[in-house]
Ligand binder design. Structure first.
Ligand code: NAD
Length: 256
């Protein structure tokens, strides 16, 4: 069981990362929260969670756009039984206008960070004799949408990295998998709504139904609790032979 194990979740002071961290703490895991900021609120998030679930919860600042800080996060945590690579950002623009700095930043945060954290965490997992790598990819790790070049490239990339990690650990009690969520109503998605309303001249409700959930046949958002549950499953004994694969939590998007 996950109880007493150390779980590091990158990009976890908000959204899916926070939701997964909460499900892990609820199950008795010691949790390391992370983002690039270092505010009182960040540390309070950790102490509140520790109190709520009676486990050890720490907040460690590290900027996932910088390789050295990704590795330092794992070293500072001192243990890493479960690594959840979740930090991610989005930028939407047609290819000719896509800013180069945004491309570099998205590849760094959404893809390269997972390379660095995984490289630093595997030796710790090997020493502990058990480990789980859970990469938060996306339906955009399996399919594409226009105007999301960097995001789709990074998410396809992390699915590839997941497979390599699984092969390099195949003979050990370590697994690596990717979760591919469809739309989840987090700050990342919320922030895309105003621009889309302007672009299509639509109301908020129309944007949600006709644009965001257009390709999600269930017509419902996935929730952060459901993603936490999926991550917990991947950490369970039932999933010991599940490795190098993707699990879609997308209301049927990739079945279309
Ligand atoms: P969010 O904006 O709510 O959370 C992103 C998290 O990453 C935040 O905690 C933020 O502080 C952190 N972060 C951003 N830049 C960072 C950096 N440089 N260093 C460290 N942390 C950083 O977004 P979310 O929707 O919860 O997204 C989380 C992950 O889930 C992302 O990888 C995203 O691509 C993926 N995802 C989201 C959806 C969705 O619909 N929301 C769907 C599929 C995949």
């Amino acid at each position: 069981s996950i109880s007493g194990k150390t779980v590091i979740v990158t990009g976890s002071n908000s959204g899916i990362g926070l939701g997964i961290a909460r499900e892990m703490a609820k199950a008795g895991a010691h949790v390391v929260l992370n983002s690039f900021s270092d505010t009182e609120d960040d540390h309070k998030l950790a102490s509140d969670m520790a109190e709520e679930f009676g486990t050890e919860v720490r907040y460690i600042k590290a900027d996932m756009s910088k390789g050295a800080e990704c590795r330092a996060l794992i070293e500072k945590a001192g243990a890493c039984d479960v690594l959840i690579n979740n930090a991610g950002i989005q930028h939407v623009a047609p290819l000719p206008e896509f800013p180069s700095e945004k491309w570099d930043q998205i590849i760094a945060i959404n893809l390269s960070s997972a390379f660095h954290t995984t490289a630093a965490a595997l030796p710790m997992m090997r020493k502990a004799g058990w480990g789980r790598v859970v990469n938060i990819a996306s339906a955009h790790g399996l399919t594409a949408s226009p105007y999301k070049s960097a995001y789709v490239a990074a998410k396809h990339g992390i699915v590839g990295l997941t497979k390599v990690t699984a092969l390099e650990t195949a003979k050990e009690p370590i697994t690596a998998n990717a979760i591919c969520p469809g739309y989840v109503l987090t700050p990342l998605v919320e922030s895309q709504i105003p621009d889309t309303m302007k672009e299509y001249g639509m109301s908020r409700e129309e944007v949600i139904e006709k644009v965001l959930l257009e390709r999600q046949p269930s017509k419902e958002f996935a929730t952060v609790e459901q993603l936490g549950g999926t991550a917990l499953y991947l950490c369970s004994d039932a999933a010991a032979q599940v490795t190098g694969t993707t699990i879609s939590v997308d209301g049927g998007w990739t079945a279309l």
